[in-house]
Write a protein that binds this ligand. Structure first.
Ligand code: NAD
Length: 484
């Protein structure tokens, strides 16, 4: 469905995010006919590109990140792009931007801040000073939103001086993934799951976001963040919310976000004693990954005194009626054995087996929601092994791989999210109080680590993290689901 005419202004239009994600996403939306003739994309950055130079850069981005480019569509898309050099910390360029935008004061206007968060304040200030905010204006900001609760609040205050909360779109691109939205469809469009979706029937939940790559060229930034801030505070807690929330009244943005907020507030606080028992931090050392030798984190960073974690595993608890006693095991890390993001909902075992020992092991049901790679949903069930060999049981997946089920391209999260910004739909964006509540749970953990000068446990690249993280779940008589 076509959206209304809009002007999208991308700050940081020559950055990595624009190159890999934003331009390809916008191209795809245009290709699918979703962009109206009056959709303009105004790209800015500090670089002094001429019009032609930027067109070539953008074409290069599409060439690199889009399969099967259609020349006519590329031409139409490039014609939508206008480049303006603005050093956001200075004055030059703003007037040009104003002139372009003010030619169409009544169309939807979205500012996408694809720049380092240090610039958010300066850019919002510039937008405000040049009177570029109309009633149809919105602003999109990327992670990280702060490095702790206090800095997140300061950032939100700064943005809040120019934009109202309903104009602010805080992107967590995990929420734009098809499978993540499918989690809501699965839970709330099927009668099957919801009656079982509680402590009486679910044994535990695992959320894994494993990367096989290391920090590479981003070591400098990463060292100021670490896995807890980079992945848990935002993406993993958002996934946890979608698994654990009560059914919202509707898909209305505030209904969904109210329910997510309740989950965040119900997370049992981590005390120093719990941190000791329920959290494992790790840092990768040299090893083998993707078949080749790779250096350790400290080598990549070029320092040997960093205490930053590149892995964290946490046993979290949600203190409410639905989830009392159901652990949520969360883990994420770099240079792990494979790249996989998935949510595993482990149901309780059957209460009693009518089958004899010859039937074999009866595994409890497991629902696996895989975000990447190969997005899909799988339900592990027990069946009888086919054939006349007696009642032998076997676990098989009821499998819905999206690639197989739908012969259409799986859209990137950014495609959905950018269009939601234009439509003004905030359901898949984080509200300010959610960000605050997530930090309120994460901050004490950071403080405990800082106070203890906690040394991350070393793990070999290409493995599943420190052995202590395996012990963390095995102590409870459970195991990480490594095979999907
Ligand atoms: P980048 O360093 O590749 O690009 C930064 C952009 O900002 C460039 O276009 C640069 O020209 C511009 N810029 C820098 N200083 C400027 C100034 N004074 N005036 C005007 N423009 C200036 O960064 P990136 O990787 O594209 O990331 C952008 C934002 O998106 C960051 O907040 C980052 O945390 C976030 N983010 C990036 C990714 C990703 O995959 N790259 C993923 C999630 C979030």
């Amino acid at each position: 469905i076509e959206v209304d005419d809009f002007d999208l202004v991308v700050f940081g239009g020559t950055g990595d995010l624009a190159h890999r994600k934003l331009l390809p996403a916008l191209y795809h939306r245009d290709l699918d006919g979703q962009l109206p003739a009056g959709a303009r994309i105004i790209v800015t950055s500090r670089r002094e590109f001429t019009h032609d130079e930027y067109q070539a850069w953008a074409e290069g981005a599409l060439g690199e990140h889009v399969k099967d480019l259609e020349p006519a569509a590329v031409k139409r898309f490039l014609a939508r792009l206008t480049y303006i050099a603005i050093d956001v910390a200075a004055e030059a360029g703003w007037a040009d931007l104003g002139k372009i935008l003010n030619a169409r004061p009544n169309v939807i206007r979205a500012f996408y801040l694809a720049v380092a968060p240090d610039f958010f304040g300066t850019i919002c200030d510039g937008i405000g000073r040049h009177n570029l905010v109309t009633s149809k204006t919105r602003v999109v900001i990327e992670k990280p939103i702060g490095k702790d609760g206090k800095s997140a609040q300061a950032l939100n205050e700064t943005i809040g001086k120019v934009f109202k909360e309903h104009q602010i779109f805080r992107i967590d691109h995990y929420l734009g993934k098809e499978t993540v939205q499918n989690l809501m469809a699965l839970r709330f469009a099927n009668a099957l799951f919801e009656p079982l979706w509680n402590a009486a029937h679910i044994d535990h939940v695992q959320i894994t976001v494993a990367e096989s790559l290391g920090v590479g060229g981003r070591a400098g930034y990463y060292d100021t963040a670490g896995a807890l801030r980079d992945m848990v505070q935002n993406h993993i807690l958002q996934l946890l919310c979608l698994v654990a929330m009560e059914p919202p009244e509707s898909m209305n943005a505030d209904s969904v976000r109210d329910e997510k907020l309740k989950v965040l507030k119900a997370l049992a606080p981590i005390t120093p004693e719990l941190a000791e028992k329920h959290i494992v931090r790790g840092q990768y050392k040299a090893g083998a990954s993707d078949g080749g030798a790779v250096p350790g984190y400290l080598d990549e960073l070029g320092r040997d005194d960093s205490l930053t974690e590149t892995f964290v595993a946490i046993k979290a608890q949600i203190a409410n009626w639905r989830w009392a006693g159901v652990p949520f095991y969360l883990r994420t890390g770099k240079r792990l054995a494979t790249r996989v993001s998935e949510i595993v909902v482990q149901f309780r075992p059957i209460p009693h087996s009518i089958f004899g020992p010859e039937a074999g092991v009866i595994s409890a049901n497991r629902l696996i929601i895989r975000l990447q790679p190969d997005e899909g949903v799988k339900m592990q069930v027990m069946i009888k092994d086919p054939g006349p060999g007696g009642m032998r049981l076997r676990q098989v997946p009821l499998d819905m791989s999206f690639a197989d089920a739908f012969k259409v391209r799986n859209p990137d999260a950014y495609e959905r999210l950018i269009m939601d910004v234009i439509r003004g739909n905030q359901t898949l964006f984080m509200r300010r109080d959610e960000v605050d509540a997530a930090w309120a749970w994460v901050d004490p953990i950071l403080e405990i680590w800082a106070a203890a000068k906690d040394q991350p446990k070393a793990y070999t690249s290409g493995t599943w993290g420190p052995s202590a993280s395996i012990a963390l779940i095995e102590r409870d008589g459970r195991t990480w689901a490594e095979d999907g």
